[in-house]
Design a protein around this ligand. Structure first.
Ligand SMILES: NC(=O)c1ccc[n+]([C@@H]2O[C@H](COP(=O)([O-])OP(=O)(O)OC[C@H]3O[C@@H](n4cnc5c(N)ncnc54)[C@H](OP(=O)(O)O)[C@@H]3O)[C@@H](O)[C@H]2O)c1
Length: 187
């Protein structure tokens, strides 16, 4: 797969799935811009990747970034400061605003011929879980792996490769790719 100089903007490219997507896009010869929230997180980006500071909770910062970027061929949204799931009634408003899957289908129609897809990860071993004690994190990953048809939790590159597929396949739009080791079957 080659992206041959196409410009990919990865929001939340400094850690986890976003960082793996930065690496995958670079390997496919894309021109990559990635965002992080601080100079320290941007310093983690690999050579050759343009870093931009962004906190997506600041609408003015989002608008400023959009205005100052030159053409972007593909936008990947991988930023989140919390992984949230559960029943509707238990989720707070910030988590509900992450209802990207429904929005993506609407946008795929309204923005056509531009394409909009969702990649829906299962439990993926990223820094998002760094706040858990090591033993609790290992136990959670092991218990989840035991329930999954795939027999393991996800690695960031598992998800990054699906994002690259969604970027590169010109016939894919309005789709949701469940990259979850079969979790949607095992519930
Ligand atoms: N990991 C999982 O098990 C899992 C499962 C389902 C869905 N997801 C979703 O997949 C996406 C990536 O998750 P991940 O596990 O890779 O997360 P992660 O390792 O915690 O990385 C989060 C990224 O988001 C950036 N970020 C956080 N808050 C931000 C804000 N307010 N404004 C701008 N950037 C912000 C961080 O930047 P800094 O480095 O600057 O802090 C970092 O680059 C998220 O949308 C998450 O909800 C993850």
């Amino acid at each position: 797969m080659t992206l041959d100089g196409q410009h990919v903007l990865i929001v939340g490219g400094t850690r986890g799935i976003g960082r793996a997507t930065v690496a995958a896009a670079r390997a496919a010869d894309a021109r990559v811009t990635a965002t992080g929230r601080s100079a320290a997180s941007l310093a983690r980006l690999p050579d050759g990747v343009a870093g931009r500071m962004l906190d997506y909770t600041d609408p003015a910062a989002v608008a400023a970034l959009a205005e100052t970027l030159d053409g972007v061929d593909h936008l990947v949204l991988s930023a989140s400061d919390a992984v949230a799931w559960g029943p509707f009634a238990d989720l707070g408003e910030p988590a509900l605003r992450a209802a990207l899957e429904a929005m993506a289908r609407v946008l795929a129609v309204e923005l056509a011929p531009r394409r909009v897809n969702t990649v829906s990860p299962g439990l993926t071993a990223t820094e998002a879980y760094a706040g858990l004690p090591d033993a609790a994190r290992a136990a959670m990953f092991a218990a989840t792996a035991a329930r999954l048809p795939a027999g393991r939790v996800g690695a960031p590159d598992d998800i990054a490769q699906a994002i690259l597929l969604a970027i590169a396949n010109p016939f894919l739009t309005g789709a949701t790719l469940d990259v979850d080791g079969g979790a949607h079957l095992a519930r």
